[in-house]
Design a protein around this ligand. Sequence first.
Ligand code: SAH
Length: 345
Amino acid sequence: MNIRDLTIEELSDLMKDLSEQSYRSNQLFDWLHNKMVLSFDEISNVSKDLKDRIRDKLDIGFPTIYKEYISKIDDTKKYLILLNDGNIIESVLMKYKYGYSLCISSQVGCNMGCKFCASTIGGLKRNLEVHEMLAQVYLISRHNDIKISHIVVMGSGEPLNNFENLVKFLDIINCDKGQNISERNITVSTCGIIDKIKKLADLDRSITLALSLHAPSDEIRKDIMPVANKYSLNDTIDAMSYYFEKTNRRITFEYSLIENVNDGADNANKLVKLFKDRFKNKHIDFNVNLIPVNVVKENNYKRPNIDRVNTFKEILEINNVAVTLRRELGKDISGSCGQLRASVK
Ligand code: SAH
């Protein structure tokens, strides 16, 4: 285990085990998660003897930034992060009016097999450890000398398939003795693992949950997302309703528009009907986020022209469905949704 995988309570237990005074755990947590030290040498008020005893019990290594790409179009920055076992993951830093938002990965690769997404092409290598999720935030904050205010868990990987580590990551990043990033500023996106959506709902956190919907029918969804063979669209949307009912947090449906696959006016109308049917007699606060599909060279999917995108959007609007169009950021550095990979190209 890595020292940064420990919550403040676990760090306190460790200090007890080492017969140290309890204030040491707060001190260490501050160095690791507030000051975000990248190496043990940066810690100045802890004795070499204690550092050595910690080293005997735990791994203290940390990932490093391997490469930085800066978009010339919109200042988006993409980072390749080198993990201690040689694997590489990607994270993307975006600047908005309200602050800095970081898109982080939750797994090395992905095995969900969505046909339009680059992250799944090489399959799943492994889950990320808690400190490897934290490292993306810490390394990039330090490198840019900024405070990251928002996190989207939308990089490579299916976060709900790395459930325990995801929740521990949320605990540490949210802790007021560390980065203190509000759960309200964190969005987790899932392709729709129903039992895990319910499990997350039952934890009653304040994070925003986004579902990668991408289709108004099981038939189309099965064509592009293998997960649809396991879970029906109705059950998946009902699980999202359950999330709203438990947490009272507005839910998001992401819909990547792919030319001649799911972007026709008929599909927009079907989508409206689907929401009407599923949310009948319920008040569910939700919005739809349209994402014209980003180019991935291994597949032939095309993004629709702007007229088709607008028509789709207008049909939702006329029917009182809250809808936003996601701006494409970092296009020239392959930093957009679905373009992140587990390897260096
Ligand atoms: N596994 C999670 C999170 C990663 S993907 C999930 O499926 O939600 C983040 C978002 O980008 C998802 O909505 C995903 O469907 C979308 N996406 C994947 N490939 C894309 C592409 N080529 N263009 C646009 N969006 C894409």
